[in-house]
Design a binder for this molecule. Structure first.
Ligand code: GDG
Length: 479
C-alpha cells in the first residue's frame, strides 16, 4: 500500500491471510495461513502496492490496518451476533449447502440475510476507502457476493473481479433462495465473475438471462448501462512446485517412513484428508472401505485407512451432526473388525502443519477423495504434486471440480457405495505400470497449471476489461 494509504490491487476475502497465535507467555502475534491463495497472491500484492481486506477471526478488538510479512492487511471487524448470523448463518447454513447440491438442507432466515447485507456493506465500504483511483479489486467467495455491486456504486472507477471458490448451482436449486435476484445483481457489479468450472459459469449466465432479463451471449452479459460482464471458468490450482519441494525434503521423507512404521508397515495405506464437512463424503467412503474389510476383500493385517478430519465450523448444527455420525461409524468399525494395534480406520480429528500433510501424501498408496460436491478440491492436486516418485493411486469423485482435469484418477460416484468399493479394490490391486501411467499424466496437469497461472490468468483478464476510467471497452475474447 502506498504512503497515501491507497492500494492499486485490493484483495477482499472473508478471512485475512494470517491467523492470530498466542505464545506460552500470552503474547499475541500473526502467523501466515498456509493456503495456496496467499502464496499465489503475495508476489502480486508486493508488485502492485497491494492490500488485503478480511476478517481477522474472533470478535474482540477492532484492529487498525497493519503490515505483516510485507503484506498490507486491513481488518474488518465482526460482532458476535454477526459471526452467528452472517458467517455461521447465511454463509454456512444457507449458501454453503444450497450451492453444494443441497447435500444438507439450507435454512432460510430473514435475520441472517439482513446480517449478510450489513457485513457485505462493511467490506465494500472498506474496499472503497482502500482502493486507489482505477485500482483492481478482487473479491473472493460466497460470503461476499453483494460486494461487487455495492463497491461499484461507491467507486465506479474501479475494475472489480469476483471469484467463487465453490460450485455455482443450477437454476433449479438456486431459485429456492428468497434473495436470488439480489445475489445475481450483487455479482453483476463485477467486470469479471470467475468460477471453478464452465458449468457454474453457464448456470450463472442462464440465471441472469432468465431472472434478471439481461441480454447474454456466450460468456458475456450486456447490462443496460452499456457495461459488459464476463462470466467464465478459471479452475484454481496449487503451489505445485512448493508442494513437490516439501515432499522431496529429507525431513518429510523420514516422517513418511515413520508414519508407515507407526501403522505397522501396512502393504497398503489408504488416506483421506478433508475439512470435517458433510459435502466431503467422509462417512460414505469409510463405510465402503469397512465393508471391504468385513467382506474379506481387504485385510486389516495389511491395510489401513488413515482419515484426517480437520475441525471446521464446529458451532454449525449440521457439522456437529456429521461429526457424531462419522465418529460413531469409526468406533463401531474398529470395535467390530479391528485387532490389537491394528485399527481398520485410524481417525484423526485435528489439523496439522503443511510438512505433516506432505508426509502423509508421500506415505499414502491410495488417496481417497470422494466429495458429494466440491468446487475444485485442492487435496487431490496436492497429493499428485507430492508424488514426484511417480507412484500412488488417486480415487476421485466425479463431483469434485478436480475430476475435470485429473481424468486419469480412478473416478467414482460417491453415492454409489458398491462402485466406490470396486474403485478402491481396483486402485489397491493396480499394477505398478498402470499407476505410474496415470500419475504421470496427472502430474503433467498440475505442473502445467499451478496457482500462479490461475491468478495471472484472472488478473490479466481483469486488467484488460476497461482500459480507462469512464470508457467501456468490450473485453477481448479469450482464446
Ligand atoms: C474451498 C472449496 C476449493 C486441510 N487440512 C489441513 C490443511 N488443509 C488444507 C489442504 C487444502 C485445503 O486445506 C483444503 O482445500 P480443499 O480444496 O480440499 O477444500 P475446501 O476447504 O472446502 O476449499 C474447494 C477451494 O476452496 C479452493 O478454491 O478447491 O472446492 O470447497 O489446501 O491441504 N492444511 C494444513 N493442515 C491441515 O490439517 N496445513
Amino acid at each position: 500500500m502506498s504512503a497515501s494509504g491507497q492500494a492499486d490491487l485490493v484483495i477482499v476475502a472473508n478471512r485475512l491471510p494470517v491467523d492470530r497465535v498466542t505464545d506460552d507467555d500470552g503474547n499475541a502475534s500473526w502467523r501466515r495461513s498456509p493456503g495456496g491463495l496467499v502464496s499465489a497472491l503475495e508476489p502480486v500484492l508486493r508488485q502492485n502496492d497491494g492490500a488485503w481486506i478480511g476478517w481477522p477471526g474472533g470478535t474482540d478488538d477492532e484492529l487498525e490496518p497493519f503490515v505483516e510479512d510485507g503484506m498490507s492487511l486491513v481488518p474488518v471487524h465482526l460482532s458476535a451476533s454477526e459471526v452467528e448470523e452472517f458467517y455461521e448463518g447465511f454463509s454456512n447454513g444457507t449458501l454453503w449447502p444450497l450451492y453444494h447440491d443441497v447435500v444438507a438442507k439450507p435454512e432460510f432466515h430473514r435475520e441472517w440475510w439482513d446480517a449478510y447485507v450489513v457485513v457485505n456493506e462493511r467490506f465494500a465500504t472498506k474496499a472503497a476507502s482502500v482502493a486507489a483511483e482505477g485500482a483492481m479489486v478482487w473479491v473472493h467467495d460466497y460470503q461476499l457476493q453483494l460486494v461487487p455491486q455495492m463497491l461499484r456504486e461507491l467507486r465506479p472507477d474501479l475494475r472489480i473481479g469476483f471469484y467463487l471458490h465453490i460450485p455455482f448451482p443450477p437454476g433449479e436449486l438456486f431459485q429456492q433462495l428468497p434473495w436470488r435476484r439480489q445475489i445475481l445483481q450483487g455479482l453483476l457489479g463485477a467486470d469479471v465473475v470467475g468460477f471453478q468450472l464452465a458449468g457454474g459459469a453457464g448456470n450463472f449466465i442462464r440465471l441472469v438471462r432468465q431472472r434478471v432479463g439481461h441480454k447474454t451471449h456466450r460468456d458475456l452479459v450486456y447490462l443496460p448501462d452499456e457495461r459488459t460482464v464476463r462470466a467464465a471458468a478459471y479452475p484454481i490450482s496449487i503451489d505445485t512446485e512448493g508442494f513437490e519441494e516439501l515432499a522431496r525434503s529429507e525431513s518429510v521423507a523420514a516422517r513418511a517412513a515413520e508414519i508407515r512404521e507407526a501403522l505397522g508397515n501396512p502393504a497398503t495405506l489408504f488416506l483421506g484428508i478433508d475439512r470435517l464437512d458433510y459435502t466431503k463424503g467422509i462417512y460414505a467412503r469409510l463405510r465402503a472401505y469397512s465393508e471391504l474389510v468385513r467382506d474379506g476383500d481387504l485385510d486389516v493385517e495389511d491395510s489401513v485407512f488413515v482419515q484426517v478430519a480437520t475441525p471446521s465450523r464446529e458451532r454449525v448444527e449440521q457439522y456437529i451432526l456429521i461429526r457424531e455420525e462419522i465418529e460413531q461409524l469409526v468406533g463401531q468399525v474398529n470395535g467390530d473388525l479391528g485387532e490389537i494395534g491394528k485399527p481398520v480406520i485410524s481417525y484423526l480429528h485435528s489439523s496439522y502443519p503443511k510438512e505433516e500433510m506432505a508426509a502423509l501424501y508421500r506415505a499414502a498408496d491410495v488417496m481417497v477423495v470422494t466429495p458429494f460436491r466440491d468446487g475444485m478440491n485442492l487435496v487431490a492436486k496436492e497429493y499428485v504434486a507430492c508424488r514426484f516418485d511417480g507412484d500412488g493411486a488417486l480415487v476421485l469423485s466425479e463431483f469434485a471440480g478436480a475430476a475435470n482435469e485429473l481424468r486419469q484418477a480412478w473416478l467414482v460416484n460417491p453415492y454409489d457405495i458398491n462402485g466406490m468399493k470396486q474403485a478402491l479394490v481396483d486402485a489397491h490391486r493396480s499394477t505398478d505400470r498402470e499407476r505410474r501411467k496415470r500419475m504421470k499424466a496427472m502430474r503433467r496437469t498440475v505442473v502445467e497449471h499451478d496457482v500462479k497461472a490461475w491468478a495471472d490468468e484472472f488478473l490479466r483478464e481483469l486488467s484488460q476489461v476497461r482500459e480507462s476510467h469512464g470508457k467501456t471497452v468490450r473485453p477481448a475474447r479469450r482464446s
